[in-house]
Design a protein around this ligand. Structure first.
Ligand code: EPZ
Length: 421
């Protein structure tokens, strides 16, 4: 198991190129199962979760080539419709494969994804929608999900909540359904729009991504060569901007979509950062002086402030002067990482869905443990801005969503290294 050792206090300064989005490439990889031809994906991030998804595709009969940021998938001949339990448990978001396998094979067997550090993560909306489309779901009680459907029927679906995963699953399941499927109260995240773009390149008649109402016209099958470039990772971009601000540094990030990080930049400006947007996906951040607290920020579905940036902004606010309140409205248990921030001297109290952060003058390095992806990123941000040395264990969680994070931070002046053992 590897650890990160950080000697805090260096001001970050320099340029970071933002990689492709984890939460875009995963559903697009699931969508490649619909194509009996070859799918070529560019700007793919080199992440553990991407490798896990490729291992799942291989278990289903796909072949792939991964060279740098380019992945080529051949899904011409699927030999199984069972998602290996070990892999499904390693990455609970593998549930988004369900709709694609069901559409292509008429059946799918997958272990029931459990909860995780940030919440129960139920899949009731996924199940309800697929049953509405005519699928038969059983085995939930035995911890397995067996879903069968000789032919899915297009229909109108209203989501109780704009679930990202449920929206993606329904889009994929609807691809070969009889007739049209309409998803109302669909998630509007940029990753949904990227999935739609990929599906359109495969010839699927899909529209409305980003508007909350998505329409998919069922078709017979897909066999084509498709090339698609994955959008940049808005959460990785926000994470590095927050890290620079926390160290009082200046940072240039490249390869970003400004609109995708608008709510994050709004908050950074509110606490006193100077953020500028240039042509060609370049964004600069300067930290002119002591940053100030944010009276209230609430996470919400896109285009609101993203829940995946909540731990990072809380970590940044730990040293901003004044008292900030952050309300987490998306996941019911996403403040566990704050126990670790307290070890670094942060003054945070969690009351249900709200965290009250009283800014302190300084944080002091300590030994802390990452237990989830974005909580781990928050610990790195705190360690960079603390005095002394911070040792972070559980780096495997962080590697799921950040490409060699210590190398990216070293390049902009951070004193951070990875040690094994
Ligand atoms: C996706 O998870 C992302 N993961 C998450 O990113 C992100 O936090 C989340 O969307 C919200 O933006 C990927 O894209 C791989 P949801 P997902 O379904 O699809 C409840 C990261 O750090 N819900 O939009 O699982 C659920 O419990 C990860 O990169 C139900 O109740 O999120 C949650 O409270 C973490 N029933 C809320 O909806 C359901 O059937 C939002 O979940 C489905 C969801």
């Amino acid at each position: 198991m590897s650890n990160l050792i950080i000697a805090g206090g260096s001001r970050l300064s320099g340029i970071i190129e933002i990689p492709g989005a984890k939460n875009a490439v995963l559903p697009v990889l699931a969508a490649t199962l619909l194509n009996k031809g070859t799918s070529i994906l560019e700007n793919c991030p080199e992440l553990d979760d991407v490798l896990t998804m490729l291992e799942i595709l291989t278990a289903l009969g796909c072949k792939y080539k991964w060279e740098g940021n380019r992945i080529e998938i051949d899904a011409s001949n699927l030999t199984s419709s069972e998602i290996p339990e070990l892999l499904a448990k390693r990455m609970r978001s593998s549930i988004i494969i369900l709709g694609a396998v069901l559409a292509r094979c008429g059946e799918v067997l997958v272990s029931y994804p459990g909860g995780c550090e940030i919440g129960m993560r139920p899949i009731d909306m996924h199940i309800k929608a697929l049953e509405q489309m005519g699928a038969v779901v059983d085995g939930i009680n035995q911890g397995m999900l067996k879903v069968t459907a000789s032919k899915l029927q297009g229909c109108e679906i209203l989501l109780d909540y704009p679930s990202v995963g449920a929206t993606e699953n329904i889009m994929l399941a609807a691809t070969f359904a009889e007739g049209e499927t309409i998803i109302r109260n669909a998630a509007k995240e940029p990753e949904i729009e990227d999935l739609q773009e990929f599906m359109k390149k495969m010839g699927v008649k899909v529209s409305g991504a980003g508007t909350g109402v998505i329409k998919i016209k069922g078709m017979k099958d897909i066999k084509c060569e498709v090339v698609h470039r994955i959008i940049p990772d808005r959460i990785v971009a926000g994470t590095y901007l927050a890290a620079a601000a926390a160290t009082g540094g200046n940072l240039v990030i490249t390869g970003v979509e400004y609109d995708h990080i608008g709510s994050i930049i709004y908050c950074l400006k509110r606490i006193g950062c100077i953020v500028k947007n240039y042509q060609g996906g370049v964004v600069t951040l300067e930290t002119p002086g002591k940053l100030k607290a944010l009276d209230l920020i609430r996470t919400s579905p896109y285009p609101g402030f993203p829940t995946d940036m909540q731990p990072q902004i809380v970590s940044l606010l730990s040293k901003c002067s004044g008292t900030s309140v952050v309300v987490e409205t998306v996941f019911e248990n996403r403040f566990r990482y704050t126990e670790q921030l307290l070890k670094l001297g942060a003054d945070i109290s969690v009351q249900g869905r709200a965290a009250i952060i009283r800014g302190v003058d300084k944080l002091k390095g300590a030994e802390v443990e990452a237990r989830d992806l974005r909580g781990g990123a928050a610990l790195i941000i705190a360690g960079l801005s603390a005095e002394g040395e911070t040792k972070i264990s559980g780096v495997n969680y962080i590697d799921r969503g950040y490409e060699r994070i210590e190398e990216a931070l070293q390049k902009v002046g951070a004193n951070i290294r990875r040690v094994e053992g």
